[in-house]
Design a protein around this ligand. Sequence first.
Ligand code: PYC
Length: 327
Amino acid sequence: MSQISSARATRRVHFIDSHTAGEPTRVILDGFPALPGATLADQRSALIRDFDAWRSLVNNEPRGNDVLVSALLLPPSEAGCVAGVIFFNNVGPLGMCGHGTIGVIATLAYLGRIEPGEHRLETPVGVVAATLHGDGRVSVQNVPAYRHQQAVTVQVPGLGDVRGDVAWGGNWFFLTDAGGEVLDASNVEALTDRAWRVRQALQAAGVTGANGAQIDHIELLGEVGGVSRNFVLCPGRAYDRSPCGTGTSAKMACLAADGLLAPGQRWVQESVIGTAFEGHYRWEDDAVHPTITGRAYITAQGELIVQPGDPFAWGIRAAPDVSVERG
Ligand code: PYC
């Protein structure tokens, strides 16, 4: 029987939406099925394997959109964490998410669950600490970042040779210059096209992160008015409206590896729409420990409703009867 016709009751998922430097985050408070697994990494695997239709329901059209990143709040398995969180977007889960972490902290503050101060959040790629400042800004101490490969050249159809670095900042990035493209919101179609071609060429050439991990974020870089500006293309072909917390972390790791950014030195990273994160890093245990600071604003609170028989319960791209009824 199809999951749509077998759905007997109206489903309700409670959420709070925010944006961080223009990039939206949807925090899922309840209504999502319990994910089996002893650790967050196990629960993330269960999400991919068995609950992908729910990811699509929450994140994709007609209840969400391609730009949105959702943050599923879960009880933490690590002592001292205020919550566990699995981030996911229009095509699957993310490792970490900088703008999303800022959104989660702003949401917990909005709900009155936390006060200004430091709070630890468990993610599938490690624990991050976030400081909620009195003025609403949030500083995220991200997982350690590093450059995995320097100056990789890839032959990109239509663009020629493109050279860049492969780096980890909580997700895998290929960082390269914008190839003469203007880093401005008016030019996102050309930037998207360029970044997507680079991503496909990396895949075709077998260029990966550590242990064969797919490089699913492409970061095009340049300067506007003497300030670093980026365009980050996310795994589902949507571009990040924020400067991308994990992308900024990867960028700082590359700068550190080149001796161009000292520990504690301030780094300002602008997004393609002109919003900014501030960053710096601490050098500890032979690794770059990045901190990024930004601010989120709450935009909506409510419940997603799925009525029995809705052919688009699981998103407009899911065929009505291909997924299995869950939860
Ligand atoms: O801020 O790390 C980030 C991020 C990743 C994808 C979208 N935003």
